[in-house]
Design a protein around this ligand. Structure first.
Ligand SMILES: [Zn+2]
Length: 246
């Protein structure tokens, strides 16, 4: 089923909520389908960077970012960096890739796409995040899973806490191999800070190389109900915050 995503109304709602939440929005790149935008709220606490909408056929992430903005999840105790729609063209077309057919999440070494180049220009002028979270979806899985890249302390109880929060809504992905990775525990890919394909860095590898010590990539199954997927993204994110940047 094709899930419609109205970029214009999304941005209107997001900008309104972000404004009320004390965020400042910035246009990183003007595009045919709408701008690539970033929002920031400077705070004294840990720097948390959230990205969503990198793949245009994965709407749960942007919707979760919007709902959390409306609910005031992005409080005054942390320094927030938020990019809710990394791929405006893909969201408008409902395609994984951008309008030029490029997978943005493989372009973080070469930075050949306008979107990634503009995004990096913005990100590199910001403090290195203490925590990076990216919201994605998967067409092949049946349950929720995530990637963790951890260059600091190994805390297995964090993964456990996330799954106990999400499993009230959605099962944990049962496959032992997910996208070519053997899981550490069910639904949990403990990834090294290197790209699977050397020249095709995803955003999470860029962040790790930049010195961000901890990153999580959440993946909800596209076959599940969109409301549940959005809810699971929010539950996982909020549980993670509680555990690692309280
Ligand atoms: Zn994705």
């Amino acid at each position: 089923m094709r899930e419609l995503f109205d970029l214009q109304s999304f941005y209107r709602d997001f900008a309104k909520a972000a404004d009320q939440g004390g965020f400042r929005g910035e246009v990183l790149l003007e595009m045919e389908d709408g701008p690539l935008m970033a929002w920031e709220k400077v705070g004294n606490g840990p720097v948390v960077y959230l990205s969503a909408g990198m793949h245009g056929d994965e709407p749960a992430g942007p919707l979760a970012a919007l709902e959390m903005m409306e609910r005031g999840v992005f409080d005054d105790n942390r320094h927030w960096l938020i990019c809710p729609v990394m791929n405006p063209g893909g969201l408008a077309l409902h395609t994984r890739e951008n309008r030029e057919g490029k997978d943005l999440n493989r372009d973080y070494l070469k930075m050949e796409t306008l979107e990634v180049a503009a995004h990096i220009r913005w990100l590199d002028r910001r403090p290195v995040p203490d925590l990076f979270v990216s919201l994605h979806e998967d067409w092949e899985s049946t349950g929720f899973y995530f990637y963790e890249i951890n260059c600091g302390n190994d805390r297995p109880e964090v993964a456990e806490a996330i799954f106990s929060a999400t499993s009230v809504v959605m099962p944990v992905e049962p496959e032992v191999f997910i996208d070519g990775h053997e899981v550490r525990e069910a639904g949990w890919i403990f990834h090294c800070p290197d790209a699977d394909v050397p020249d095709h860095w995803p955003e999470a590898i860029y962040l790790a190389k930049k010195g961000c010590p901890l990153s999580f990539t959440f993946e909800t199954p596209s076959s599940a109900d969109l409301v549940d997927r959005t809810r699971v993204q929010m539950l996982a994110f909020q549980e993670l915050l509680k555990k690692v940047v309280p």
